[in-house]
Design a protein around this ligand. Structure first.
Ligand code: ZN
Ligand code: MN
Length: 488
């Protein structure tokens, strides 16, 4: 028996706006129930919605980053259903003319880039929340009603739980990076709904298991576990009964039980005609002209994966370090700014991943939030580059930059952190070291296999004699000179 797993994703992303999609109520999590509501978002008769332009702009930004085509003309549709947390009995969404379509997002797995086609992305409003806290009673909180969402739908281009997990993480990273969403999973600002089924080839016949949509997963871990469980379950089910197919059983909606780590049947899935979609007569269509689209496109930053690769290439960072640095966009911006201010990229990058990161950790903030400006970061790195301070002196100095407005060079001078640059003094130390270690000198003169090791050893001896204060660059230069190592 051969089989192939097919997974497509629907992702609801809460857009980072101050107010709701069609009214001026503030979007606020965790406030007293039903205090962020108005006649529009609770759907009182006669109230009229007005479009939040910023939400539309964020949708365009996300669409462009996902390499989608942005629709020049889109409209709003009413999706009818009846549920206590939906007071209007319809949700305002976009049906046949989504704002973005036909895009692509690449994610990385095992060092390999894999593309996922984006079918569409449309704007819609969120529903409220049913609270089941009191026994025998359900309460409704409408604070969330009308919160702007972007629903992103992919083609079934994912083939394992691992791939779904990696893709979801990449999408999350991208949209947070772009400021499209805050992306706080605990506040359900990103919800995943994987559509899962398996194509089985058995004795020359192809069977497709029912497409099961697992609703409302709000963690990456739950997503991975649910997809994993669902694939195993469908295979087992089909093996028991070869009639467990899409053709016989149709689509299914399932929920995820996190305690029991299994999916649970909810209902047969609705088809579009059940929702009785029709254009909302209270809202005007959206026209996105080329100028508007261009304006949003121009403001797009470098994409995270591209930036990570550039950091690896230009600043000599490893994969893990580069990934860490791009995770927080202001911090990555600060590194670029410090390089622009004249700092050496490779040394700056080392400073970032060592002591600046440590300062940030101990203060429970990001490197950007430490408040050290790009020119000062650059100057500190430059002192080290020029050999005026050692790397450990740079670390010591970094701490002083918080409490002093003086330049790094001045602080280094005052605290005696500068390395000895006095050529004569270092020459004397080198002469001593050479006299003390004739064996090493001989190995170098003979160009013995280990001559480079011997040179390192001599350099160490000189540094020791200077109690670590000599400039290593100068020490090496003088050593090379005295040993006639300068040519070749
Ligand atoms: Zn409102
Ligand atoms: Mn939706």
């Amino acid at each position: 028996m051969q089989y192939k797993s097919l997974i497509g994703m629907e992702i609801h992303v809460q857009l980072l706006t101050r107010t709701k999609l069609f009214c001026g109520c503030e979007v606020q999590f965790g406030t007293e129930p039903n205090t962020r509501v108005c006649p529009v978002c609770v759907g009182l008769p006669g109230s009229l919605p007005a479009i939040n332009l910023h939400a539309v702009e964020l949708a365009i930004r996300a669409g462009l980053a996902l390499q989608c085509t942005i629709a020049g003309f889109t409209k709003w549709d009413r999706k009818s259903y009846y549920y206590p947390d939906l007071p209007k009995n319809y949700q305002i969404s976009q049906y046949d003319l989504p704002i973005a379509s036909q895009g692509i997002l690449e994610y990385e797995l095992h060092g390999e880039r894999r593309p996922v086609r984006i079918r569409r992305a449309h704007l819609e409003e969120d529903a409220g929340k049913n609270l089941h806290d009191s026994p025998g009673m359900t309460q409704v909180d409408l604070n969330r009603t009308g919160t702007p969402l972007l629903e992103i739908v992919t083609e079934p281009d994912l083939h394992s739980a691992e791939e779904a997990f990696a893709f979801a993480n990449e999408l999350h990273r991208l949209l947070v990076y772009l400021g499209v969403t805050e992306g706080v999973m605990k506040k359900a600002q990103m919800r995943f709904e994987p559509n899962v089924n398996v194509i089985i080839t058995h004795e020359g016949v192809e069977y497709a298991t029912p497409i099961c949509e697992v609703k409302n997963l709000n963690s990456f871990k739950a997503l991975r576990s649910a997809v994993d469980f669902e694939l195993q379950r469908q295979l087992a089910e089909w093996q028991r009964d070869h009639d467990y197919t899409l053709a016989s059983c149709g689509k299914e909606n399932r929920g995820w039980d996190d305690d029991r780590q299994e999916t649970v049947y909810q209902r047969g899935k609705e088809e579009a005609h059940d929702y009785r979609y029709f254009p909302d007569p209270d809202l005007i269509p959206i026209v996105v002209d080329d100028a508007w689209q261009e304006c949003v496109r121009k403001a797009l930053p470098e994409m995270p994966l591209a930036r990570r690769n550039r950091f690896m290439q230009d600043y000599g960072l490893g994969l893990k370090e580069a990934t860490l640095l791009i995770e927080d966009r202001p911090t990555a911006d600060l590194l670029d700014a410090a390089v622009k201010a004249g700092g050496p990229g490779n040394i700056l990058a080392k400073h970032f991943i060592s002591f600046w990161q440590q300062h940030a950790n101990s203060r429970e903030c990001t490197i950007a939030q430490l408040g050290v400006t790009a020119p000062r970061l650059a100057e500190l790195a430059n002192l080290q580059q020029l050999g005026r301070i050692s790397s450990s002196a740079a670390a010591t100095l970094s701490e002083a930059l918080f409490s002093s407005d003086q330049s790094p060079a001045e602080i280094a001078r005052q605290r005696g952190l500068e390395q000895v640059q006095d050529r004569g003094a270092i020459e004397r130390l080198v002469d001593d070291a050479l006299a003390d270690n004739p064996q090493a000198v001989e190995l170098i003169r003979l160009r013995d296999k280990k001559w480079e090791k011997s040179l390192g050893f001599l350099q160490g001896q000189v540094m020791q004699k200077s109690k670590g204060s000599a400039s290593p660059i100068l020490v090496r230069e003088i050593l090379m000179q005295k040993l006639d190592l300068n040519q070749g």
